[in-house]
Design a protein around this ligand. Sequence first.
Ligand SMILES: NC(=O)c1ccc[n+]([C@@H]2O[C@H](COP(=O)([O-])OP(=O)(O)OC[C@H]3O[C@@H](n4cnc5c(N)ncnc54)[C@H](O)[C@@H]3O)[C@@H](O)[C@H]2O)c1
Length: 259
Amino acid sequence: MDLQLKEKVVVITGGGQGIGAAIAETCAQEGAVPVIVNRDLAEAHHLAQRLRGEGSACELITIELRTPESCRAAVDEILRRCGRIDALVNNAGENDKVGLEAGNPEEFRQSVERNLWHYYSMTHYSLPALKATRGAVVNIASKTAMTGQGGTSGYAAAKGAQLALTREWAVELLPYAIRVNAVVPAEVMTPLYRSWLARFPNPDEKLQSIIQRIPLGKRMTAPEEIAAAVVFLLSPRSGHTTGQHVFVDGGYVHLDRTL
Ligand SMILES: NC(=O)c1ccc[n+]([C@@H]2O[C@H](COP(=O)([O-])OP(=O)(O)OC[C@H]3O[C@@H](n4cnc5c(N)ncnc54)[C@H](O)[C@@H]3O)[C@@H](O)[C@H]2O)c1
């Protein structure tokens, strides 16, 4: 199936590694122009260089998306370089373990700010460009919004808000034919996931116990499987899909896990 994404400019926050990198790579395979927006990271530079070497028109914007001003600067730079935005993937995030006990109100505020604010700011500042292209937005959320995880209040609150905003923005942007969907991963091996695992006394044992509870195939989701769902949702091929929460998790959240 031709996803009709050739030469479309797709902005991916946190596109330098992990799930975001897989999305950038899949966009490049479809002939789209991935714009990787990432804090300064060697992996992001290597990825952009490799994709360019393979013929992609990939762009890399090195920026820390902590403040609304930095998000505005990122969007300005994308428009200066590419002249348009056809799609936005809000993906950058970190499970920073700011909990009720291991945390305090100020750390909670900062965690929500770190994980949520740039989803709003990037969408807000991209809106005029997205209106012009009748573009699409995909928010990468997390199963923690539905299941909780324990010890990560800020991250869970941000992820829940991303699911709410997906519906809210899908409604607000109906008049412009801009579609907004969310993809919800559960267990995907990425640098973020590896550093989360490393906090347990026996990471290998912990990983095996998690994998045994993933209904479909008793295996982790591959970043490429998340990317394929995201890119399909960005494509005009899913032109009548909006406001949806798509769980790409091997049945982790919704299926019986005792089998
Ligand atoms: N890996 C999983 O199992 C899993 C599960 C559920 C949800 N998710 C979500 O998927 C998304 C990607 O996660 P991942 O596992 O690929 O993470 P990752 O840490 O491996 O990659 C995230 C990238 O985003 C960048 N980044 C983070 N915050 C940034 C900021 N403020 N400004 C600029 N760059 C920033 C990081 O430098 C990194 O390159 C996150 O939103 C995460 O919550 C992941």
